[in-house]
Design a protein around this ligand. Sequence first.
Ligand SMILES: Nc1ncnc2c1ncn2[C@@H]1O[C@H](COP(=O)(O)OS(=O)(=O)O)[C@@H](OP(=O)(O)O)[C@H]1O
Length: 271
Amino acid sequence: MQKAGDPISSCQRVLADGAKRRIQKSCVLPLDARPSSGGASRLKTDQRPPSALHIDTPSPPMTNLKFGNKKLPNAIIVGVKKGGTRAVLEFIRIHPDVRAAGTETHFFDRNYDRGLEWYRGLMPRTLESQITMEKTPSYFVTKETPHRISAMSRDTKLIVVVRDPVTRAISDYTQTLTKTPDLPSFQDLAFRNQSLGIVDTSWNAIRIGLYALHLENWLRYFPLAQIHFVSGEPYHRPGRGVGSDARLPWVKAHCHRQTLLFQPHQGLPLP
Ligand SMILES: Nc1ncnc2c1ncn2[C@@H]1O[C@H](COP(=O)(O)OS(=O)(=O)O)[C@@H](OP(=O)(O)O)[C@H]1O
């Protein structure tokens, strides 16, 4: 693995050229893990001098190669919805030893009946040394999920991205509002009695933010040490959360600040 002080690597140059992350990650593949190329059809491998094996054989485009196997995730971002989970996953997966499912699988809450092989099929191919991840924020508040994940593997690392529950609720409400424009106001939904200030904790946008309540369910199946909590707050400031985040030192190690491009208004690294 590259050290923080190393000069710019070929991987970083690829990133600087604007190539896709998939190519960037291929930079770190050990030579002995690369499959032999299609040049063998012209000359049998055992007829060739050993020195020529890697020199005069044209390589197929890297994007056409399939490395490794699909594995069940070692780590899952289980929540919380609107906590900044996408940003955290995108920053973590900059690390060349991490590969993640592109979309939310919802396996443990909506698709459990499809079985583990279906779930495995959604995962990216990884080498032995690489970590497989996925994120589905609704897992955190789904009663069955902790038990189901522990049945898959009790060693699964869990990541929970938390955010101020009030701003989280507003973010959640705003998203719903875009799909349902005639939704009652936030205040109408948030309070059971506005004049007495009694909050309606049964409203989903509020209920999701009762982190301690949901956590109790997880602690029945996983020790606290296996659950990693991340504050999503730094990720909510455009342009922050990467170079300045001491918890993600590998981001600095693998990417020069200048090569990390940001989506305007959001701050996610470009795919
Ligand atoms: N760096 C960065 N890039 C992009 N978006 C960021 C980032 N940091 C935080 N956010 C804010 O996180 C909110 C979305 O959270 P999630 O990714 O967990 O949403 S979801 O549950 O997957 O729908 C959503 O919050 P709101 O804007 O308040 O709705 C995003 O703006």
